[in-house]
Design a binder for this molecule. Sequence first.
Ligand code: GAP
Length: 527
Amino acid sequence: MSEAASQKNTVLMEKIVSLCKRRGFIFQSAEIYGGLNGCWDYGPLGTELKRNLKDYWWRKNVQEREDIVGMDGSILTHQDVLKASGHVGGFSDPMCDCLLSKARLRADQIDPQSGTVYSYSGASHEESEWSVEREYSVLLTEGQDESKARKTARLYYSQFLSDKQISPKKIELAGESTEVVENTTRYNPENGSLLTEAREFNLMFKTHMGASADGGDESSVAYLRPETAQTIFTQFKNVAETNRVKVPFGIAQIGKSFRNEINPRNYTFRSREFEQMEIEFFCRPEEGMALTDEWLERRLTFYEEIGISRENLHVLDVPDGERAHYSKKTYDIEYAFPFGIQELEGVAYRTDYDLSKHKEHSGKPIEIFDDETKEKLLPHVVEPSAGCDRTILALICEAFAEETITNEKGKEEVRTVMRFSPRMAPIKVGVFPLLKNKPELVAKAREIQQMLVPHMAVFYDETAAIGRRYRRQDEVGTPFCVTVDFETLGESGDELKDTVTLRERDSMSQKRIPISELRSFLLDQIA
Ligand code: GAP
C-alpha cells in the first residue's frame, strides 16, 4: 500500500472510531478511569447491531438446521480441560521487550532488518564517579548516522544513573565495536534498540476458585476460556446422547472468550475480551475434507447475507506448515479492513484431535454409536469459528460512507451514512411527525410507532427540521424513515389519507405508502 493510501485509510479509521463513539456504538471500557486496554463496551446502537448479528447467525446455523444444536457453556474452565487441549502448556506467543522503550513485541512479527550493529560494554560519568558494566547494542540501518547509535546507547545507560540530574549527553560510552548483520530480528524496528531474548507468554487469564483460593492451592486454579470450542468438546457426549443426533451433526455456541493479547490493536479487532460464534461439526473421517469446503462456501454466503460484499472478502488456504499441527485443512476468511486484510473467521478441519485428547486425559469413553456403520465412532470435526466483534467491525467499516449531496436548500453538503443492510441495522425505521406542535400529527406518528415496536427497533423523533432528522438516522444506518404529514390526516383530500412518506436511506428516494401496508413492507425488508 502506498504512503498516501495508508494515510487515507488511517484517516478513514479515525472517522469510523469517532462516529462509533459519538453515536453510541462502541466506547472504551472504563474510559473515565483512563481506559482498560483491550476491552470495549458496546453502547445502545452497538448492542442492537451485535444482537442482530448473533440472532441471525443463530437462526441460520441452529434454528433453520435440523443437524445443528446449540449450547451455552461456562466461561470459567476446569484446568484439566485446558491441559488436555494443549492450552496450558502451549497457548502462548513468543515475546520480547525493548531494552530502551520497554515496549513489548511479538518476536515472530518483527520484520528482519539488515545494517550495522554498534555494541558497547558499558558507560560511565567521570564527575560523579558513576559507571555501569552491561552489554548493549543498537542497529543502524542504511543511511542512518552513527551519532544515532551513540545517542540511543546513552539514553539506554542513563536509566541506571542514580543522579537523574545528569544529562545523558554527558555519559561516556565504553568499548564501542561494530559488525555488519543481515536479516536480524534482535532489534526494535522503531528505535534500533536491542531486544531481550524471546520468552513464551501464555495468553490465558488464570484465576483461583473457591475457599482455598487464597492459599495458592494449585487445585483451585481455573481459567477464563480462551475459545468457546472446548466446552463443546467436553460436552460432546452429553449433547449427543440427549439429542438423538446422528453424524454428521454440529454443536453451535456463541459466547465470550478471553486472551491476554500482548498488543491489543486496531480498535476492537484484537481485544482481550471478545465474543466468538463457533460450530463444531462432527463427522466421519472420510467426510472431513469435503465438509470443510462446504462450510467455507456457506460461511461466505452468510457474510454476503449480512451485507459484506464478496469483493472485500478474501480466502486464504493456509499452507502446510502454517496450520495448527492437528489441522488437515484450514481456510481463513479475511476482510479488507482499512488497516489491512485481516482474519474474520477460520474454517478448520481439526480431525479427531480434540475429542481424542479429552478421551485420553479424562479416561472416559467419548465415542458414539454410528447407526449407519453399526460401529463405535470417535468423530472428526470441522470448525467454522467466527469472531463476533471482528464481524461487527467489518460491518461498520463496510457500511461507513461519506458522500457529497445537494440539500433541500440547494447547497452542497457531506452526508455521512452507514449503509447497514436492513437485516443488520440497529434501528429499522425512524418515525416522525412533520411538526411537533400539531397534536394530530404527533398522535398519528405515535400510533404508527406503537404498531411497529412489537416487531422491530423503532426510533421516534419529533425534534429539528425533517432534513436534520433524516441525516441523524442516515448516520446510524436506519434504512427507512416514515413521516406523518398533513396528507396523512386527509387535509389534501381522501386519496392520500392514511398514507405516509417512506424515505429510503441509500437512494434518499421518497414514496407514499398506506399505513396499513407499512408493517408487512418493513418486515419483508428486514427479514
Ligand atoms: N476455536 C478456534 C479458535 O478459537 P482462532 O482463530 O484463535 O480459532 C477464531 O479464533 C476467531 O475468533 C478469529 O477468526 C477471530 O475472528 C476471533 N478472535 C480470536 N482472537 C481474537 C481477539 N483477540 N480479538 C477479537 N477476536 C478474536
